[in-house]
Ligand binder design. Structure first.
Ligand code: GDP
Length: 315
């Protein structure tokens, strides 16, 4: 079934509005003139608490939900805090999706990640490769929780006729990213490492793993644009990859960041850290066929992210 068209005064709930993706969705909605946003911080609403989520949905009854709340992290955090990643993400997805249905909310966009796809699947990764072989072990718990979210949406749509849609972003970066070196993803980690190496006058930069894995990176405002596009296009079912269509090696990423920051050291690879999936490039053809494309070139996005990082770090 197709959803009701969302107008600018529709009540739109963005779950996870303080995070990188949620905050970008809020910026995008506000700039497009949406004037009735529902936002709750973690202190106000704990999405792992089923009763609180049910009460909130019954009370607020939003017209549309962006489910961007999640426990997220880089390769190290996913690998170490495995229980927290699977538990919290399962709870958030189950509580929000079921409570939305129970409150009669027909439209929702669930956000996942490219790591839901099998470790060694053909590239570029198409949506139909989901569940065709084993996952990457370092982030399997997180991926299983996100796959459960996808299947919750699909199953509620099939059984109850809801219009719950899933978007799977590639590796994202931008404002409100996590720059903590232990728990962050590679791009913000390298922005911070290169910046600090430059300030200290270091001659070397340490990069985890072998530098050979390939990743696709997208500026988070492009992701937010895709999310609002899916809402406004009145898409009512299915899984949509969201990426730029091109990938680079971790070594090339480090070199690009070094150029942007203006640091000329030698790259040293730390083989004690895992490489993870060898390649993760998504096919975004399904979304392209609806008329959406990413706009921000990688170099420009890194420059914007770097300026934001410097501004916020106060150095
Ligand atoms: P993944 O995409 O789930 O593997 O997560 P990450 O973004 O954390 O890591 C991507 C790749 O970058 C892996 O091969 C890491 O080993 C590599 N990498 C290199 N240096 C770093 C670093 O300082 N932090 C992180 N998180 N990854 C790094």
């Amino acid at each position: 079934m197709s959803g009701v068209i969302i107008g600018k005064d529709a009540k739109v709930y963005v779950a996870g509005h303080r995070g990188m993706v949620g905050s970008a969705i809020v910026r995008r909605l506000q700039s497009a003139g949406y004037n009735n946003l529902v936002l709750r911080s973690r202190d106000e609403l704990d999405l792992t608490n089923q009763t609180d989520v049910r009460d909130f949905m019954q009370r607020e009854c939003p017209d549309y939900i962006f489910l961007a709340a999640a426990k997220v992290g880089g390769i190290q955090a996913n690998n170490v805090y495995r229980a927290d990643f699977i538990y919290e993400n399962l709870m958030i997805a189950s509580n929000v999706i079921q409570a939305a249905y129970a409150a009669g909310i027909n439209r929702l966009l669930f956000l996942g990640s490219s790591c839901i796809y099998p470790r060694d699947c053909p590239q570029p990764i198409r949506e139909e490769y989901l569940l065709t072989s084993s996952l990457e072990p370092t982030n399997e718990p997180y991926a299983i929780a996100k796959i459960a979210g996808v299947k919750l949406c699909e199953s509620f749509n099939r059984q109850y006729g809801t219009a719950y849609v899933c978007a799977m972003p590639t590796n994202l970066y931008g404002p409100n990213d996590n720059y903590d070196l232990e728990s962050s993803h590679v791009l913000p980690a390298l922005i911070r490492k290169v910046h600090e190496a430059k300030l200290r006058g270091d001659r070397q930069l340490t990069v985890w793993g072998s530098g050979t894995p390939r990743r696709e990176f997208m500026y988070v405002d492009d992701m937010a644009d895709a999310c609002v596009f899916l809402m406004e296009a009145n898409v009512s079912d299915g899984l949509f990859n969201v990426g730029t269509g091109s990938d680079i090696t971790i070594r090339e990423l480090a070199e690009t960041i070094m150029e942007v920051v203006g640091f000329e050291g030698e790259i040293v690879f730390d083989a004690s850290k895992p490489d993870g999936t060898p390649r993760k490039l998504m096919s975004s053809e399904r979304l392209h066929s609806l008329g959406w494309k990413a706009r921000t070139p990688l170099r420009e996005g890194i420059e914007r992210a770097y300026h934001e990082f410097v501004k916020n770090s106060g150095v």
